[in-house]
Design a binder for this molecule. Structure first.
Ligand code: SF4
Length: 387
């Protein structure tokens, strides 16, 4: 994506891998060692920013995202050391959207009042559900009441660009209680809501609980019903469904996440962070000690992967179909040639006939509501199989 001036916009992602406890469904890379390693980690991130600033090739940074893990767990002096260090290492003067992810129980009035001076103007909160017994069961540290208080405190310091993450299909959830969660989220008037279907990732505590028969998975048809309720209620409340899992009030799309979906270059700092410069993907070590050791040795031990034209095509169609913008065949043809564009059209037509995809204008294809629920199979079909 290009800005109006024609300059490519770049995003900066910083991974904070520390959590206060492990949620039972989570397979993200995170660790409980904040007290032991937090200071060294922040210093390593700043050192990495200095080591890698040339990768931005002078492109201005427009978005900054502190994700995790749980960035809100960083003590305020460390958080401000991190932001000051990034500011010294990189040009952050063009940042328009600065998001920090937060757990509701970390959002104290003191924490909130520090955010504006750090430049944070958006907070993304892991709420998941408003049912306290389910929150406890899945190992979240907060309560529904803490969410309400956290949002009020953030608004009190002038931060009203707020995003809420929800999960449907949690054990014990019913369509009625899910609707209650969605309604409560809407009542808090966030500008953005992300909602994900629960997946049982192999090796997580929740996965083992299901293996042992201690947890009943919500049936797929019930999850579909929950998804329909979500889409309907958010639509009625004025939210645009701009990506499969993301909904925003007009003008409040996540600019940072949109840049991933638009293939805008971004730099990712920290353990397990990824970077992309338009053709090469770099992945930092998913181990705190490997990451810290490599930075201490004055290098970033990232795995470098040059994407083939087929892999870039796959990314394009997958990311395109996830979004309301869809996939434009003429742009595909320009960027990847006639053969791949013809492959896409041949495969997508079957899904148009089945009602999973609709054609908009001469050359644009977008998932229908039915297609969103079958998105894995639509994507599998239109992707290129090198074998
Ligand atoms: S707080 Fe987030 S990253 Fe940490 S364990 Fe829970 S879901 Fe995973």
């Amino acid at each position: 994506m290009h800005s109006e001036s024609g300059i490519k916009m770049a995003g900066l992602y910083v991974h904070i891998p520390f959590c206060g406890s492990r949620c039972s469904y989570c397979d993200f890379f995170s660790t409980l060692k904040l007290a032991d390693e937090g200071q060294r980690y922040v210093e390593a991130i700043i050192a990495e920013a200095r080591l890698r600033r040339d990768e931005l090739r002078g492109e201005p940074l427009r978005t900054l995202y502190l994700g995790g893990g749980t960035p809100s767990l960083l003590p305020l002096p460390l958080l401000s050391q991190l932001v000051d260090g990034l500011r010294d290492a990189l040009d952050l003067t063009g940042i328009e959207e600065f998001t920090i992810e937060a757990n509701p129980d970390d959002v104290t009035p003191e924490w909130c009042s520090a955010l504006p001076s750090l430049g944070v103007n958006r907070v993304s909160m892991g709420v998941q559900t408003f049912e306290d017994h389910i929150l406890r069961f899945i190992g979240r540290r907060h309560t529904a009441a803490q969410v309400v208080r956290a949002i009020a405190d953030l608004r009190g310091v002038g931060i009203d660009n707020l995003s809420i993450d929800l999960i449907y299909g949690l054990p014990g959830q019913t369509p009625d209680t899910w609707v209650h969660t969605v309604e409560q989220a809407i009542a808090l008037e966030p500008s953005h809501i992300s909602a994900y279907g629960l997946t049982y990732e192999e090796g997580t505590r929740l996965w083992w609980q299901r293996e042992r028969g201690e947890v009943q998975e919500v049936p797929e048809e019930v999850c579909i019903e929950m998804y329909h309720e979500l889409v309907k209620r958010l639509h009625d409340a004025g939210f645009e469904h701009y990506e499969i899992s993301n909904f925003a009030l007009p003008g409040y799309h996540s600019r940072h996440n949109s840049s991933y979906w638009d293939e805008t270059p971004y730099l990712g700092l920290g353990a397990a962070a990824h970077s992309y410069d338009g053709s090469v993907r770099r992945s930092n070590p998913s181990s705190l000690s490997a990451y810290l050791d490599s930075i201490a040795a004055g290098e970033v031990a990232c795995v470098v992967e040059e994407l083939t034209v087929w892999e870039r095509y796959d990314e394009r169609v997958m990311l395109g179909l996830r979004r309301k913008a869809g996939v434009d065949v003429e742009t595909l043809r320009e960027d990847f040639g006639d053969r791949l564009a013809r492959h896409f059209v041949r495969e997508v037509r079957r899904h148009v006939a089945a009602g999973n995809v609709r054609q908009e204008g001469a050359s644009r294809y977008v998932l229908t509501d039915r297609g969103i629920l079958l998105s894995d199979s639509v994507m599998r079909d239109v992707m290129w199989d090198e074998d």
